[in-house]
Ligand binder design. Structure first.
Ligand SMILES: NC(=O)c1ccc[n+]([C@@H]2O[C@H](COP(=O)([O-])OP(=O)(O)OC[C@H]3O[C@@H](n4cnc5c(N)ncnc54)[C@H](OP(=O)(O)O)[C@@H]3O)[C@@H](O)[C@H]2O)c1
Length: 344
């Protein structure tokens, strides 16, 4: 049962045992430790959402040791409003705990009109981060990412902007997201020459999307070899890898809502058939489907953290329990899972 927080801002007292539920992993070879479960604010934290629910989710996460909050300039809707929601909760409840938080934001996707509002120019990245800092009401973020590769801007310019952002103290660490293995290796080399490490990558990775494992070298190979950490997004395939859709499409689910990245046509019989069988393996272990899906990602030694999304505090509680509950998968269980995932 989620702990109900007072509706009155300013009266939040964090749980004294908040660091006893979570494990922290070193991000690659850096000094930065991330919680194995992080919280992303892509959905359900915008200005269209009920602020009090967003606040309850942030405080639930913090009380469970989820110190890493993932944002981007365009999260909302409206774009920018998830950062504003975070800034509002920081002010109302978490300001005294800023140094216990690892905050990340990104720029890369469309944010404003004209030639400077998206992709990877120095002009866009530096002005976008300045806007993000204002919305989040902080002087610096802990991690700043380039959100997607830019086919036209020289990578030297994009990485140069990231290096300058670190030198200016506006971000402590930098990363890339959605970069291929080859693009990541080049970005890391360029940054290294500038004296700034590429600390983290943020790829999508889950039981249904294993691209990071493929290729010669794979993204996993590049990250491991260079000591770069990985915080992965959509570890639950936006909710498909949970019990959410096993008995139809609930009216309050992401697939039924306005999200353009998951709609009812994405909840296919093929996916459901896999999830039903994976769910049986999870239940036999005393875990939920979501917990098995998160644990499966976290068993990959390259992965530092899974960035979960949530629509209610109880989902965060269930997902964080993975860390306390999960017993490593046996060879037989791994083989059974592999068979289900590789079935055409
Ligand atoms: N770098 C990038 O390009 C990029 C792209 C996408 C996301 N991200 C980051 O990754 C974060 C997570 O992405 P995501 O939201 O797609 O992650 P996800 O964890 O795969 O999906 C989250 C959704 O799964 C459902 N869910 C979560 N826990 C559940 C549980 N225990 N039981 C049943 N359903 C559960 C909820 O859906 P309902 O809403 O239906 O309840 C929730 O909104 C984002 O917030 C963002 O920070 C980054």
């Amino acid at each position: 049962m989620a702990k109900p927080y007072t509706m009155n801002p300013g009266f939040y007292v964090p749980a004294a045992d908040r660091y006893q539920h979570m494990e922290y992993a070193r991000c690659g070879k850096s000094g930065l430790k991330l919680p194995r479960v992080s919280l992303g604010l892509w959905n359900n934290f915008g200005s269209v959402n009920v602020h009090e629910n967003s606040r309850q989710m942030l405080l639930t996460a913090f009380d469970l040791g989820v110190t890493h909050i993932d944002l981007a300039n365009n999260y909302g809707p409206l774009p920018g409003s998830a950062e504003e929601t975070f800034g509002r909760v920081l002010d109302s409840d978490l300001r005294a705990h800023r140094d216990e938080l690892c905050l990340s934001t990104k720029a890369g996707y469309y944010m404003w009109e004209g030639p400077y509002g998206e992709w990877g120019s120095r002009k866009y990245l530096i002005s976008s981060l300045d806007q993000s800092l204002k919305r989040m009401k902080v002087d610096y973020v802990d991690i700043f990412y380039h959100h997607r590769p830019d086919p036209d801007t020289p990578l030297e310019e994009t990485m140069g902007a990231l290096a300058d952002i670190v030198r200016q103290g506006k971000a402590l660490y930098v990363g890339v997201s959605n970069y291929s293995a080859e693009q990541t290796a080049r970005a890391a080399d360029i940054l290294k020459d500038m004296g700034v490490p590429l600390t983290i990558h943020q790829p999508r990775y889950n039981m249904l999307d294993r691209w990071v494992e493929n290729g010669e070298p794979s993204l996993c190979d590049v990250l491991l070899e260079r000591g770069i950490g990985a915080a992965v997004f959509s570890p639950l395939a936006q909710g498909l890898l949970t019990d959410r859709y096993l008995n139809g499409i609930p009216a309050d689910s992401r697939a039924a809502g306005p999200c353009v990245f998951l709609n009812e046509s994405g909840v296919t019989e093929d996916v459901l058939s896999k999830v039903r069988r994976l769910n049986a393996i999870a239940n036999a272990r005393g875990e939920t489907m979501a917990q098995l899906a998160l644990a499966w990602v976290l068993e990959n030694p390259v992965i530092t953290s899974v960035i979960i999304g949530a629509s209610r505090p109880a989902q965060i509680e269930q997902n964080v329990k993975t860390i306390e509950k999960h017993v490593p998968l046996s060879d037989e269980e791994k083989a059974a899972i592999r068979t289900i995932l590789e079935e055409k």
